[in-house]
Ligand binder design. Structure first.
Ligand code: SAM
Ligand code: SF4
Length: 328
């Protein structure tokens, strides 16, 4: 089984699960400095509830799961959830997106629990700027986390980078060199506009700038790095790692490759990151819904996936949730 077909012929095989709305950082494009009001613990899905949703989803054809947040590693005993999910039949890939600050501590346990891939978000290689962008973080701990991940066998480590005009656009080439120098796979994600966030840099401009280092060769599904949805990958000659571009604002065919659904910490299934529709799974779960009932709700959410988002022109806000409450 390869996924659930939506109304526009896309195969939906990937579920991103935000396991918490809490985060130890306050990245300026994601959270206000004071944080966001936290959901009460009782509203957040338990690990058993998450596993039930995953079971229903895999029975329908979802085969890739990514845990995200907030910061997933601030949720207590995350490796326990990973162990639970890695035993669910039908999961081919169980991955994690993290800010990397606790990766040094957890890398080995995550690997042993069954995580197959780790993505680390990193927007600057300069310590002062790192503090500025994340408001609370320390670059050194993240770099140590990336190293630890590599040492325990997460190879390649993938890096997510959001370039912002006037903030870190002086580091585009430094990141683009990382696939040569460290074998990292770097993915540039266009900044999605939130009130107060900086200006984004279109992927086409990033590619033009990076071509100063050499020709970017399109990189079709290599070593399982691509094929996971909307990113498009390239490689500079001689580099071990790839350079990917996620271009929700500037690439017209972006949504046609969408393969995902999102589950919020409080159990809402979101057909589109940038839409406001949600299908509640928490109440049914807590009212002992049957597997079939859950599957019907998942199918309903897939059926309501829009053909494309309406994020153009730069000033759309996610009205009902912050990015940290959805998982990016
Ligand atoms: N805390 C984890 C982390 O930072 O990797 C996981 C959650 S975070 C919301 C997931 C991803 O969303 C990160 O790679 C982050 O850079 C990205 N993100 C957050 N806000 C964004 C925005 N406004 N535009 C583009 N990407 C954003
Ligand atoms: Fe936290 Fe990740 Fe949002 Fe940064 S991007 S504030 S690390 S959830």
């Amino acid at each position: 089984m390869t996924g659930i077909l939506d109304s526009f012929g896309r195969s939906i095989n990937y579920l991103r699960i935000s396991v918490t709305d809490r985060c130890n950082l306050r990245c300026l494009y994601c959270m206000p400095p004071e944080g966001v009001p936290q959901m009460p613990h009782s509203e957040i899905l338990s690990y058993e509830e998450i596993r039930t949703v995953v079971r229903a989803a895999t029975e329908l054809g979802i085969c890739k799961i990514r845990l995200t947040g907030g910061e997933p590693l601030v949720r207590a005993e995350l490796p326990k959830l990973i162990r639970m999910l890695s035993q669910v039949e039908g999961i081919e890939e169980l991955s994690l997106t993290t800010n990397g600050t606790f990766l040094k501590k957890y890398a080995l346990e995550l690997k042993q629990a069954g995580v197959s891939r780790v993505n680390v978000s990193l927007d600057t290689l300069k310590p002062d700027k790192f503090r500025c962008i994340t408001r609370l973080g320390e670059l050194k701990t993240v770099l140590e986390g990336i190293e630890a991940a590599k040492e325990v066998g997460f190879d390649p480590v993938k890096i997510n980078t959001v370039i912002m005009q006037g903030i870190n656009d002086d580091e585009i080439l430094d990141f683009a060199k990382m696939p040569y120098e460290y074998g990292w796979h770097v993915r540039f994600i266009e900044l999605m506009p939130f009130k107060g966030a900086a200006e984004f840099v279109p992927s086409v401009e990033l590619r033009q700038h990076i071509s100063l280092l050499g020709k970017l060769e399109p990189c079709p599904d290599s070593i399982g790095i691509t094929g996971n949805g909307p990113a498009i990958y390239y490689r500079l000659a001689g580099a071990k790692g790839t350079i990917g571009f996620v271009s929700p604002l500037t690439e017209t065919s972006f949504c046609s490759r969408c393969n995902r659904m999102r589950l919020t910490p409080d159990g809402k299934l979101r057909p589109c990151l940038l839409g406001e529709d949600e299908v509640d799974l928490k109440m049914p779960l807590r009212n002992n819904a049957s597997m079939n009932e859950l599957k019907c709700l998942i199918l309903k959410a897939v059926a309501s996936k829009p053909e494309h988002h309406h994020l153009v022109g730069g000033n759309v806000r996610l009205v009902n949730r912050k990015m940290s409450q959805i998982g990016g």
